[in-house]
Write a protein that binds this ligand. Sequence first.
Ligand SMILES: NC(=O)C1=CN([C@@H]2O[C@H](COP(=O)(O)OP(=O)(O)OC[C@H]3O[C@@H](n4cnc5c(N)ncnc54)[C@H](O)[C@@H]3O)[C@@H](O)[C@H]2O)C=CC1
Ligand SMILES: O=C(CO)COP(=O)(O)O
Length: 370
Amino acid sequence: MLPGKRVAVLGAGSWGTTFAKILTDGGADVVLWARRPELAREITEARRNSDYLPGINLPVGLRATSRLDLALAGAEQVFVSVPSQSLRENLILAEPFLAPGAIVVSLMKGVERGSGLRMSQIIAELLPIDPDLIAAISGPNLALEIAKEQPTAAVVSSNSLETAQAVAMLARNRYFRSYVNTDVIGTEFGGVLKNLIAVAIGIVDGVGYGENTKASIITRGLVEMTDFAVAYGAHPETLAGLAGLGDLIATCQSPLSRNNTAGRLLGQGYGIADVVKQMQQTTEGLASVGPILDLARAKGVDMPIVEQVRQVLAGTLKPRDLAPHLTTDSAEPQGERTNDGQAHGSAALWGSFKRTFDQLRHSGGRPRGD
Ligand SMILES: NC(=O)C1=CN([C@@H]2O[C@H](COP(=O)(O)OP(=O)(O)OC[C@H]3O[C@@H](n4cnc5c(N)ncnc54)[C@H](O)[C@@H]3O)[C@@H](O)[C@H]2O)C=CC1
Ligand SMILES: O=C(CO)COP(=O)(O)O
């Protein structure tokens, strides 16, 4: 068999390692960069990453190294999966070794504290590459489920459809399917914002509230996500797709979600310092609350649920008071959606009908829109 395309995955935590498995199982020649040499050795020799993916056998052919130069040498596509707050420092280390013409793909779901930048914006700022060679992947993608080869879909987004398709062709196999879109803003913000709603769900779950409360928060949360993302230029239908609603459902329902788990601990009465200590893995939502509320304020977008999550984190709102405030943020009864939202909503619905129709007419071997 011919060797597959050479790709690199940076970050050997739960998602980086799982994504390296997805790509290897799809036929690519993958080198995974781990910061710690002993982890790189465990992955290559024992085909395990016991800290992050206990019980998972990694595929034969997946190699890991703690040397960035070796991981990046000749890589045509580079997938980055480090904590969002560390992307900048990691890109500075990686930049000298990036192969000319390489596509760089963010697998991350955060915004940078201080700058409020999305991950693809940081990549564009730091790397001297054509912006059309930048992509982001998002969707309902709980790492451990995918590592167990449970069927899953995601969406690859890039300003360039050609780039998104080139990435989606590699990021697929018998249990993983990649769709494509060109709405990078909506795709990235979907992944960031659902984490915040998942923290809220965890909080009310920890308090002991039931399904009505959680469904109310999920539904109203989706409105907040959509209003916010659309204010920044996203297409509303992206938020109704895999990177929005899809991921919101998975993250709000699953005890595997770190954001959901952190929320649950808060709801059970733990303080934020204890929660951070207990979370062994990256919990992006905790770092995103502040920057997202700053960005919301800058565009005049109301985010009552996210604001209440901030207050619970700050210790100024009791977890058990979170949900009832959903109905008391305005004296006047409100419509379920803003007028803007309604206008966008019907356009979104029409857009998705049209795309489905177009796909049926032109269906071929290429990855499809989400
Ligand atoms: N785990 C999951 O199910 C999914 C995670 N994501 C996203 O992927 C990104 C990475 O998350 P995970 O792999 O889950 O996190 P993790 O906590 O499991 O792993 C993070 C990895 O980055 C490495 N790293 C490199 N530089 C670092 C630094 N300066 N500080 C700390 N760690 C550093 C760590 O050593 C570790 O291997 C996050 O943005 C997350 O939202 C996206 C989809 C699914
Ligand atoms: O992004 C994820 C699922 O799509 C993972 O969620 P957590 O970061 O909350 O574990």
